[in-house]
Design a protein around this ligand. Structure first.
Ligand code: ADP
Ligand code: 5SP
Length: 507
């Protein structure tokens, strides 16, 4: 039997899944780790937490599956995008990684825009300078931590740090590199102009591959720690969203998915490069060589619900533990008993600022319309609806650009909730499907590994062989109409609060 391994370095945890060559999961293991928030709007993680989680989950899936390590023909890596990992010349991590949802670099982004020129930056990198992206984080460390910056010899993205630990190679691939503000997204290589104008040492940047290409091989040391065979090939893989696209079969024009992970993303495949002139959605290379994708991002999707759970649902967490079920299952049940509109309670999910459509690192979460009638269950529903309104905002921009068809796939932790999927179907006004496999990004990069090691002829062929979809959830037209009224009020809130957000941030 031929097997493939997919490793996804998510924000909530690392998930490693072993598949057979038909995409059937044989074993899966997840290890969670903390998110550090040293200041309001900052977010960091320890790259060595990702490494420990990777080693542990690889070892676990090999042991529990009982497959022989020789049968693992290739490994694919996926991960949260944009995070800055800085290493010194000996390969030691210099500081905690500054993550995709960290909003500290508004000033540095303005500096990048001024240095390159707003139009030229979009011409070269297909995107404006955004606080979530990596280049601003590099400039922030240069300005605020010069002693540490002086020791830097390598810059990597989260999953590429794990690649370095597995193979000893400094490499990345086009989909993740697109989110650094340093890649020439059209030509799929580093932009010499941007790198040199920002005075970033080009020797710090890893070599860029296409997603299915082999980038290196598992070392003897890692083999001894994990049970893998030394010499197992590791392919480029993809940023988590490009990886989820492969894992849900979104590899052709007109196909799209929504993921509710820590972040929320509405993603559409494009075989031509399409750019939103207002910069509200990102244009990145995708994992299919020669193709791109457009995606809108809600910074705090699952994060809003996990924040609510952790702070206000200790009773549900306790009951869930006693019942041996997931606390989110109980929270879903409570929310399902509340009518559309959460008894006139709205939630703006801007806990970590927002990208699509506002591009504002300073905005923050709001419960709007709170009344003495409301209970916790209204608030749970309002959080889930608020995230769905924000995803509808993403959808509206993609529709304006003409890149989505009238069908949507749902994935990510939140995409496993039938209630959340129905909210999406009702709000988008289109059927929402899931794929039979729940493994999204891990399956996506396992498929890429299968292409890289010759088990499949192409990404598209592999998806045709492996991906199966379930029956769709259909939109309810009455619910759609009801949501339209609440969505209109939701849309009016950000413009009304914009100046107040700025004032609050400046205090
Ligand atoms: N049954 C569920 N109902 C609603 N939301 C859920 C459920 N299960 C998981 N989630 C959401 O999914 C999020 C985690 O998604 P996941 O895709 O694993 O995250 P990441 O890839 O960012 O680490 C949680 O924060 C939670 O909000
Ligand atoms: O910043 C983005 C995409 O631009 C996020 O989608 C990150 O890639 C984090 O993903 P999750 O941890 O939510 O999967």
């Amino acid at each position: 039997m031929n097997c493939l391994l997919g490793i996804d370095i998510g924000t909530s945890g690392t998930k490693t899944v072993l598949f057979d060559e038909n995409g059937t999961p044989l074993a899966s293991s997840t290890v969670e780790y903390p998110l550090y928030q040293p200041q309001n709007g900052w977010a960091e993680q320890d790259p060595d937490d990702w490494y420990r989680a990777s080693v542990q989950t690889i070892r676990t899936v090999i042991e529990t599956s009982g497959v022989s390590p020789e049968s693992i023909k290739g490994i694919g890596l996926s991960g949260q995008m944009h995070g800055l990992v800085m290493l010194d010349a000996s390969g030691t991590v210099l500081r905690k990684s500054i993550l995709w949802c960290d909003g500290r670099t508004t000033e540095e982004c303005a500096e990048i825009t001024e240095t390159i020129g707003a139009e030229r930056l979009i011409e070269l990198t297909a995107n404006p300078a955004l606080p979530g992206f990596t280049a601003g984080k590099i400039l922030w460390v240069r300005k605020h931590e010069p002693e540490l910056y002086a020791k830097c010899a390598h810059i990597l993205l989260p999953k590429d740090y794990i690649r370095y630990k597995l193979t000893g190679v400094f490499a990345t691939e086009v989909s993740d590199a697109s989110g650094m503000n340093l890649l020439d997204v059209k030509n799929r290589c580093w932009s010499e102009e941007v790198v040199s104008k920002l005075s970033i040492d080009p020797s710090w940047l890893p070599k860029v591959y296409e997603s299915p290409e082999v980038t290196g091989y598992v070392t003897e040391e890692i083999a001894a720690l994990t049970g893998l065979c030394a010499g197992t090939p590791v392919v480029g893989g993809a940023g988590d969203n490009a990886a989820a696209a492969v894992g849900t079969g979104v590899v052709e024009d007109g196909k799209a998915f929504t993921t509710i992970g820590t972040s929320g993303v509405v993603f559409a495949h494009t075989s031509n490069m399409v750019i939103d002139p207002k910069g509200r959605v990102h244009t990145f290379c995708c994992a299919v060589p020669g193709c791109w994708h457009v995606m809108g991002v809600t910074q705090s999707a699952g994060l809003s619900l996990s924040w609510f759970r952790n702070n206000f649902c200790t009773a549900e967490m306790e009951t869930a533990k006693q019942m041996g079920v997931d606390p989110y299952y109980l929270m879903d049940k409570e929310a399902a008993n509340v009518p559309i509109g959460a008894n006139k309670l709205l939630f703006l999910p801007y806990l970590m600022g927002e990208r699509t459509p506002h591009l504002d690192a300073n905005c923050r979460g709001v419960f709007f319309g709170l009344s003495a009638i409301h209970t916790k269950r209204d608030m749970i529903r309002a959080v889930m609806e608020g995230v769905s309104y924000s995803l509808r905002d993403c959808m509206e921009v993609l529709k304006e650009m003409g890149v989505v068809s009238n069908e949507m796939l749902a994935c990510g932790g939140g995409g496993t909730s039938p209630l959340w999927r129905q909210m999406l179907a009702d709000l988008y006004g289109c059927p929402v499907k899931t794929v039979a496999s729940k493994e999204g990004p891990a399956l996506g990069v396992a498929i890429l590994a299968g292409v890289g090691c010759g088990l499949y002829p192409s990404v598209e062929e592999a998806c045709r062989k492996v991906i199966r979809t379930n029956e769709p959830q259909l939109p309810d037209l009455c619910a759609h109409e009801a949501y339209e009224h609440f969505y209109a009020v939701y849309r009016s809130l950000y413009p009304a609060l914009k100046d107040s957000y700025k004032a609050l941030a400046s205090l």
